[in-house]
Design a protein around this ligand. Structure first.
Ligand SMILES: O=C(CO)[C@H](O)[C@H](O)COP(=O)(O)O
Ligand SMILES: [Fe+2]
Length: 224
């Protein structure tokens, strides 16, 4: 089986007990913690910043933390999240005036670097930066909120990006974010994704392990 990664989004966790909520999904079998950073400027919502990332590290979280920056500008936040213990940082192509520079900055901190594409953002932003990418994140909802429905046209976009990654010969993680559930994860994997962010689908249920196990079993049956 492909090395599929399940990344619960803490956007849907109970923030009043965030440390325990993160421990609980990791104990339930999650691979990565997805950390949504929103600035009420690039997106119409306001969430959490580097202090919370550092607090999770201080709490004892050793799993990879995948920081999804929905902020503009991005470079200052890259530096702050690198100090705060991020493992991977992705940002939106439209949110940086200097995409190459921002990617380079993430890599200078020794972290995995990725570009994020909104549902309607064209893929040409990948031109000339494939060699700097460790991850590509396709949004399957418009960014800003959890609990939205998966936009079906993202499946073809995943197939297109999978082809570009395969043609590049590089080991680039293809991450999908938004509306991922037990009943669509298999189709999403078959379209080419290998890292799956799921917020409401996991944190919206009582039994996190049950959902993650069901997701894994769907992935085991995926035709990839
Ligand atoms: O980046 C995001 C929203 O901008 C979140 O990661 C995403 O929406 C996860 O939530 P859900 O799985 O409930 O759709
Ligand atoms: Fe996200």
């Amino acid at each position: 089986m492909k090395n599929f990664l399940i990344a619960p989004s803490i956007l849907s966790a109970n923030f009043a007990s965030l440390g325990q909520e993160v421990d609980a999904v990791l104990a339930a079998g999650a691979d990565v913690i997805h950390f949504d950073v929103m600035d009420n400027h690039y997106v119409p919502n306001l969430t959490i910043g580097p202090m919370i990332c550092k607090a999770l590290r201080d709490h004892g979280v050793t799993a990879p933390i995948d920081v999804h920056l929905m902020v503009r500008p991005v470079d200052h936040m890259i530096n702050e999240f690198a100090k705060a213990g991020a493992s991977m940082i992705t940002f939106h192509a439209e949110a940086s005036d200097h995409v190459d520079r921002s990617l380079q900055l993430i890599k200078e901190h020794g972290l995995k670097a990725g570009l994020v594409f909104n549902p309607a953002t064209p893929l040409h932003h990948l031109d000339y930066v494939m060699d700097k990418l460790d991850m590509i994140l396709l949004m399957s909802v418009n960014p800003g909120f959890g609990g939205q429905s998966f936009i079906p046209s993202t499946l073809q976009k995943l197939r297109d990006v999978r082809q570009l990654i395969d043609a590049s010969g590089r080991d680039i993680i293809l991450e999908i974010d938004g509306g991922v559930k037990v009943d669509n994860i298999r189709e999403i994997a078959e379209a080419g994704a290998d890292m799956f962010v799921a917020g409401s689908a996991i944190y919206g249920q009582e039994d996190y392990k049950k959902v993650i196990d069901e997701m894994r079993s769907e992935l085991e049956n995926a035709n990839v």
